[in-house]
Design a binder for this molecule. Sequence first.
Ligand SMILES: C[S@@+](CC[C@H](N)C(=O)[O-])C[C@H]1O[C@@H](n2cnc3c(N)ncnc32)[C@H](O)[C@@H]1O
Length: 256
Amino acid sequence: MTADTKQGQHWLADSYSEHAHFVPALGQPVLELLRPSPGERILDLACGDGVLTEKIAASGAAVVGVDAAPDMVNAAGKRGLDARVMDGLALQFKHEFDAVFSNAALHWMKSDPDAVIAGVARALKPGGRFVAEMGGHGCIASIAVAIVAVMARYGVDAQRLIPWYFPTVDDYRARLERQGFMVDYIELIPRPTPLPTDMTGWLEVFAATFFSRLPEQQRSAARDEVIELLRPVLCDERGRWTADYMRLRFRAHLPA
Ligand SMILES: C[S@@+](CC[C@H](N)C(=O)[O-])C[C@H]1O[C@@H](n2cnc3c(N)ncnc32)[C@H](O)[C@@H]1O
């Protein structure tokens, strides 16, 4: 069993690129913070289908992408990238990368964020940098509350099932420092995010873990109830949906 299924996540490359292509598209500022250079060796942690990994490779750096989801790794491999199935909670590298990059993924590694950061520190050479963006405190608050409220009507305690860890600046800075990093920059950034399809597509990609707890015949009714609760706050008069994202972006480095 892969980490993908073990942690109740099930990532499919086709559905991701249809409903969530905005995720790597909005990763440009994190790439700019990374500033990859030719000849560097860089790890893309939770690379997904490799859209950003490919951009890092285009800088001339040698990139390895890892992700827990075999379907995503397969899609990244089809771009000609060195992509491997690996759990971010158990990274297998030792002092071999100049930088570790990660976009929109660390908040999915909720069970042990310190183990993730420790694995990143181990993967880096002395002086190496860790540059990432993840969901931060308050991210998708209204969506999470709506899911919890609706699932309660179906007898499911969804609070317990929340798969995301959305830390504050103080929390994540302290975790980085405990693993030996010096934090150069860390910021919580509100980022209302227009959705390319709609809330159904968003729930399909990012919230399947909740609805899979219900019998098949109840799932679409529960999804519709969530959507109707959210419509007044996240959907405009022209039917365009915007998700209430908060991002935590940072750059940290190890002593040389
Ligand atoms: C929202 S996607 C982001 C993918 C890519 N970084 C991007 O910007 O498009 C989150 C990714 O995190 C991966 N992921 C979740 N938990 C993981 C874990 N424990 N180890 C490795 N990858 C994980 C998922 O498989 C998924 O591909």
